[in-house]
Design a protein. Structure first.
Length: 148
């Protein structure tokens, strides 16, 4: 039986894949749980149209992300933190502080889209964070930790 997956399923396929599976697996598990739909001619036409529209929207989102990345390439962030006399930070600097600084500079970035290359930032110095603007667009932002 041919089906169209509505979401990613481990060891089977990704969302929007058209697959052939055994009849019982499709009728008794995938379709009743809402993981897939039957791949009839009508459903396949609707699926192709949805993919075409989604590809157009994805292209627009990618162009917007590339424009934002171009604006962000020259930015450097300075974050102030309380430190000991030896330069150790009380606590640590995480993605929340980086997201707040980016928001102050006019870039609305969710903290979940920011990763710090060094796991824990616990000392004064210069570091790099990676900001994911789109699935295919990432930009490295340098930031510096200074003592307050």
């Amino acid at each position: 039986m041919e089906i169209i997956l509505k979401q990613d399923i481990a060891n089977l396929g990704h969302k929007d894949d058209v697959l052939t599976v055994k009849n019982g697996y499709a009728r008794n598990y995938l379709i009743p749980k809402g993981f897939a739909i039957n791949a009839t001619k009508i459903n396949l036409k609707v699926h192709e149209e949805n993919l075409r529209q989604r590809a157009h929207k994805e292209e627009q989102l990618k162009e917007t992300a590339l424009e934002m990345a171009d604006k962000m390439k020259d930015i450097t962030i300075t974050i102030g933190a309380k430190t000991s006399t030896k330069g150790k930070i009380f606590g640590s600097v995480n993605t929340i502080q980086i997201a707040e600084e980016l928001n102050k500079n006019g870039f609305e970035i969710d903290r979940k889209n920011i990763t710090i290359k060094d796991d824990l930032v616990k000392e004064i110095g210069s570091y790099t964070a990676t900001v994911r603007l789109h699935r295919e667009v990432n930009i490295d932002i340098p930031f510096e930790i200074v003592s307050v």
